[in-house]
Design a protein around this ligand. Structure first.
Ligand code: FAD
Length: 391
């Protein structure tokens, strides 16, 4: 169906919402984005854009803008926590040249998407907190300030605490995984190479990689613990709590953690993947449909894939309901598999029993030196998938 003139309102100017705005506009839709925040500001820290996300940005004409702001990753290294000894190396240089892997600040990705959205004449309306959405064939958006607004199609790209998701699925309860994560950036005084390093210790791991031309280093530190922590991106913590929790981590990790001055902390929760991604003339995407633990670094990239497929599926369908059903059919299994894979990953990094650690690390060392290509190929189903070539 032609999207020309179709009035679409997208709730949420995050990565999914802005990408959807561009993909839908490129097919002729009249798009408006409603965002609760008062500004599109610098929030968040590092994100990884693997090749399956890169292809979406490239198809939207944003390759140069991405390259200008991102660091191209050369490898993912698994290292032991005490002295930082290398356990295994996933050589990203083995990926095809047209499928690069990037590290980038979330604010920079939001910035480049928002710039492109505005250049297309799409309005981002700020301070529009949505309270409720009527998921019917004539959807109505109720704003927290009491105002109402309508559209031919409403897309909920409103993240973890989506207002549209429960309208389509009822309320589902996430459960606390007994893991918390700290997130910080520090100046890159140690010449961190362009690799993502995962330092693995008993019940904990620390991920670090450079951002912004190597000026700063992004740190995510994950700990298994019984104590509760809230889900969300804005909770602050005392950097000494982070240093205490990882006091036995040595080498570069100790130096990085020593430099932390500001740190955020969040509880890691598992959410079921939404059963229904659409109802009436409404649909959800990104974290609103399938929040994921961070252990595959696919949250942002999956939101971008969804956004592309939503526009493509609508474009290829005869009518809206058919297009929305095709969108879910093309996305549900893949998103669920990514979420499940991320769910299963933490324990592999956190092995605590010395014989288990030794055995697992030895196996990885051997695989890494004997068959580096094979090690990378196990991720082909994620990284080398191209939604822009599908359908
Ligand atoms: P999100 O990126 O969560 O975007 C949702 C958008 O919807 C937000 O702009 C939000 O303000 C808006 N919104 C929510 N509710 C309403 C409402 N009722 N009315 C109007 N607007 C609404 N991931 C990382 O890997 N590293 C990070 O450092 C990181 N930092 C983050 C910081 C913030 C503030 C947020 C919101 C997310 C962060 N994430 C981070 C998560 C990551 O961006 C997402 O997992 C991923 O990009 C999926 O994006 P999304 O567009 O589906 O959702």
């Amino acid at each position: 169906m032609s999207l020309a003139g179709l009035k679409i309102k997208i709730v949420g100017a995050g990565i999914g919402g802005l990408t959807a705005a561009l993909a839908l506009r490129a097919r002729g839709a009249e798009v408006t984005v409603l965002e609760q925040a008062e500004a599109i500001t610098e929030v968040g820290a590092g994100l990884q854009v693997s090749p399956n996300g890169f292809v979406v940005l490239r198809a939207l004409g944003l390759e140069d803008a991405l390259r200008a702001r991102a660091v191209q990753g050369q490898a993912v290294e698994l290292r032991d926590y005490k002295a930082g000894r290398l356990v295994s190396r996933l050589d990203l240089g083995l990926l095809p040249a047209d499928q690069p892997y990037f590290f980038l600040h979330r604010a920079d990705l939001i910035d480049l998407l928002a710039e492109a959205v505005r250049a297309q004449g799409i309005k981002i309306r700020l301070l529009q907190r949505v309270a409720r959405i009527e998921a019917t064939d004539t959807p109505v958006i109720h704003l927290a300030n009491g105002a109402e607004t309508r559209a031919d199609l409403v897309v909920g790209a409103d993240g973890l605490h989506s207002k549209l998701r429960p309208e389509l699925n009822g309320v589902t309860a996430p459960f606390f995984t007994r893991q918390v994560a700290w997130r910080a950036t520090v100046p890159n005084t140690m010449n961190h190479p362009n690799v993502a390093r995962v330092h693995m210790g008993p019940h904990r791991h620390v991920v670090s990689y450079p951002l912004r031309g190597g000026e700063i280093v992004n740190i995510v530190a994950v700990q298994e613990r019984m104590g509760w922590a809230e889900e969300g991106w804005t909770h602050r913590d005392d950097p000494d709590n982070l240093r205490k929790a990882f006091g036995d981590f040595g080498g570069d990790t100790a130096r990085l953690l020593g430099a932390v001055e500001n740190v955020g902390v969040w509880g890691l929760f598992r959410h079921p993947v939404a059963r229904s991604w659409h109802k009436g003339h409404t649909a959800i995407l990104g974290d609103a449909a399938h929040p994921t633990l961070p252990f595959m670094a696919q949250g942002a990239v999956m939101a971008m894939e969804d956004a592309w497929v939503l526009a493509d599926a609508l474009d290829k369908a005869d009518n809206l309901p058919e297009g929305l059903a095709a969108y879910q059919a093309r996305r549900h299994a893949r998103a669920s598999k990514v979420v499940e894979t991320a769910n299963g990953n933490a324990w592999k990094y956190h092995l605590s029993l010395p014989p288990l650690r030794f055995g697992a690390h030895l196996g990885l060392r051997v695989a890494s030196s004997l068959a580096p290509k094979k090690l990378l190929q196990q991720f082909d189903w994620i990284y080398r998938y191209d939604v822009t070539a599908e359908g």
